[in-house]
Write a protein that binds this ligand. Sequence first.
Ligand code: NCD
Ligand code: ZN
Length: 344
Amino acid sequence: MDRITICRPDDWHLHLRDGAMLEAVAPESARHFGRAIIMPNLVPPVVTGMQAVAYRDRILAALPDGSRFEPLMTLYLTEDTDPADVTRAHADGSIAAVKLYPAGATTNSASGVRDFDRVRPVLEAMAEAGVPLCVHGEVVDADIDIFDREAVFIDRVLDPLRRATPGLRVVMEHITTRQGVDYARDGGPDLGATITTHHLVINRNAILAGGIKPHYYCLPVAKREEHRLALRAAATSGAASFFLGTDSAPHTDPLKEQACGCAGCFTATNTLSILAEVFEQEAALDRLEAFASRNGPAFYRLPVNDDTVTLEKGAPVAYPAKIETGEGPVTVFDPMMPLHWRVG
Ligand code: NCD
Ligand code: ZN
């Protein structure tokens, strides 16, 4: 097979930032994707329905003329979030989901949740109204090893939270472990999980072996090879629980390449070519459409995109090593392998 046509994919976890960075990165995602769930971790975060609508307008203004890319907005859950604002914004189409960051877990998460009892009324209102909760699933306890934070989160936080809030629809964002795969697979129709492009490609050696490689550092951090293999098996299985969320998260090179470098891999530019390569390696090109284009809309109860993209196999695809932005250069994720699938 050297040519496949699939329904246009969506990205169910994307960081577009704001200002000059937004202007540079929005076209990279809009080129291939139909829609994306837009993360709200701006500084300050997007916490109200009105702020989400204003941010959506800034994103739409940053798109190339004629683009049909649709940003699906999220609210950043804080201990002060008003349940009525969430359900109103969801009912009128201003938001598609709410994002839960444990305070301190990742980039710009200081306003996140410390005391889960304080968000109980919001979660109950969301369960009632069917508003999905996108969860950054890592505990932040200093005594839990960073490579164990996802597995511990599932046991200590996610499972109790789901049991305490029947009917709450949850997306485990950017799962990185076998434990995440197992929990999502057994969770029934109200539980989904996004998987990034880069976690299908790298394990922790990419960051640490042969010199420290800041452009492979993201959160949740890439784990051992056994976990990468579990993620590849899940993504290429076609199972409805698993769908693409690139977590493309641009930071400028100076912010990545410093003594305390920012977390995030920027994959918007070459994601589809990488995914086609991965799915071909797993002899699963026929399931790429389920993962990238069908399972996500099914979970979010949205129609599949009405147009298609075609991928063609040929000589290695050229893509820029960096993109220029008004804030400085952003390095494009290097999958350390030639990519043969060009998006037509
Ligand atoms: C994200 C960012 O930079 O906003 N970074 C990352 O490593 N993925 C935050 C996040 O999704 O955790
Ligand atoms: Zn993210």
